[in-house]
Design a protein around this ligand. Sequence first.
Ligand code: ZN
Ligand code: ZN
Length: 834
Amino acid sequence: MTKLAILFLVVLLAQAHAQFEDPAPKRIPPATLAKYYTDTIIQSESIGIKQCTDRVFKERQKTLANGGPSLGVIPTVGLGMAMLLFLFVGLFAAGIAQAFQMVRKHVYHDADNLDTAFDAGGKVSIGLTATTIVSQWTWSATLLQSSTVASKYGISGPYWYAGGAAIQIILFAILSIMLKTRAPGAKTFLQVIKARFGKRTHLTFCCFAFFTNLIVMMSLTIAGTAVLNSLVKDLSPELAAMLLAVVIGGYTLIGGLGATFYVSYFNTAMIFVLIIMLIVEVFYNPGNNPENPFGNSEAVFDFISCWKAPDGNKNDSYLTFFSSGGLVFGIVNIVGNFGTVFCDQAYWQSSVAAKPLQGVWGFILGGLTWFAIPFSLATTMGMAYLGMSSAQGAPLLTDSDVAKGLAAPLVAQKLLGTTGEYAILFLILMAVMSTGSAEVIAVASILIYDVYQAYIQPFRPGLKSGQCIICAKYIRFPGLEDSELCQCPSATGCEGCATDTLKRSKAKGLVKPHYECPIHKDYKEYQEQLLGYKNWCIVLCTFLSIPLCLFCWAVDLNLAWTYYFTGILIASSVVPIALSILWARATALGMMSGVVGGCICGISSWLFYASKYEGGLGASVFVKNTGEEFPMLLGNMMSISCGALFAFVVSILTRKSMTSEEVEAEWEKTRDIDNPLSPWVQVYKGELQLEEGDRFHDRPPLDIVIRKFRAAKITAYIAGLFFTALFICIWPGSMLSVGIFDLTQFNIWTIVSRGWAFIAATFIVIVPFYQEHQLNKDLKIAEMGAIPQSNGNGHAKSPIGNSQKHVVIVRQLRTVANRLITSVKGSTNNSYDL
Ligand SMILES: [Zn+2]
Ligand SMILES: [Zn+2]
């Protein structure tokens, strides 16, 4: 806490020295205004010309009488209040983290005890997986960029944002179940790449994973800085960048790792509360707010239909799917998001943490729930922005402010006043904090486990694939006697480890006695050291995010540019990553040529196209020309398609078709990925109904695992293909038959968007809670060994007396903590997982 307070003071002092200038009052030039302004209703040609309704003219006159239209977001939140908000968010996260640490310490007495007794990454339920995914996938960009495209392209913008980013999450269910089948012990997708394709390919993919984390971090901080600057008075970008880094760092460092999972539940719930608040304000206006010109969807429709869309929409209407800008954005969005989901370790970690069968449903339901955030939020905010612009007869923001993502904060400020401002600030901070710390942890994990442990200082240098890391004997080898193979027991069943655990749990004070188990002590100490390095790595990465923020601000990157560029840089790795777990025939050369070749094709075609615009690639117009829609579209398409093509073609050329034995041998490589301290067979033995062997690597043959996971696999494929077809083809295709919406069609559209938000909110708030509660109850009953007796109301009667109640409470706490730690281990990639 002291650290946070000191940082807070430093930041305040730095602020005192900063200089500010008064922003010059801006006006929209008449030529620009003419592109938007209209007195007649925009509708299908068949209906003919009609004047706007009286409602519209009345509002416009009112604006003129009140001193003319307003422009821009007015920063009204005082710096002091903003600091308090920061402090509050920090304290809130720290409080949760502290509570978590207390449970660890006082209920378990020793953290190490947990690692051995409850090491069971892979037991998170459907509801929690969905919550974690929704929270991770909700970037600050999700809240801002979706509203931006809504205000530029109309109704098709939010749809493309939501549909084009939900399918990746749903399709990820397929990768998730295949990972559980073919590499159940893997904790990162990079481990699979390393096991199958070797060092060079592994390092290349590590680079792309870094790029992904870097670019996600950039778009997070750009969006965060833009919103902070627009709403908080006298806040310089430098200070905003530093504050964001402090929030991310503080949260990650103060035991925040452990609280990630709790915070994501709160975070998701908060987001939905805010969305519903805004929907209610815009469509129902319960407080009869005089600033709110709407109040029902008919009013929203009247205003929007009297406002022109200059960006290539059919008949200049915002209420149509015939929008070239919307479509280009849709395609780029789909491509880029494939990259940010498949290539970001954070989603693989969620998949690893979930139970195999529940994980599939977690991803599907998580994707459908998340769909509501951009779809409902941006439909509401974007429509409100356009309607309010129409109501005052002039755009509320300049084009560059729209590109920065300020439409959503502006609407919140105008409609909800101070409440709206704080709500947006809080939302953005939560999004930056949870996603930012996940990215920092992901980078640190890759650095330590995939680079340091693998190449710089491995536990056993020169270890060949198929050898046991503890005794260096082969796990299985044709022609070798059983006695010459590794006989290492798993740490759970090991006597030496049990003694160690007992001794360490009794020791008081910070320094724990050394491990003494003759088999596992060296490996355990090595892993503990790695964990220490990883924490330092997290500190370092957090500090590096400050110069990153400042760099983005200095070169004037905007959110839209970064968002469009993402796919060009990383989308070439999407298909190779999917193939690495789906296709046995893929080869190292195929993977490399796909990911590198695709990236080169994407970047060069993008730059080539951009150089055709006026000014070429000169420094003064670089961001503008390279940010044009069509170069970005071409670059994205080239990147993902060349990546896929090269990976396929080169793999087929470099490896002949395989026999079923060869295929099996290929997957044995990935099944070998395991942690002797918590082997995967133990984690899945309940779900797979397996017999446990003496040695940690005794495992069932592949076809048994395949058979057990068959239902989940079919579910994942059906849901993935169905929703992809629905969101990409069927839904938008059927919208094309509508043309320009009339009032009835607009009503149906907003009812769908509102309804989706209400259902998703109900699901995400209630289901995780209910499932955890249910699990607790089952565990309690099982632990007491009592058969539940019904007391007539359907409630189980507790067979214990008052004197034993505290025992039950402690047990209850333990089960909660148990599950917490389990999920944390999954999401933070703790040392014993590897
Ligand atoms: Zn061994
Ligand atoms: Zn041992």
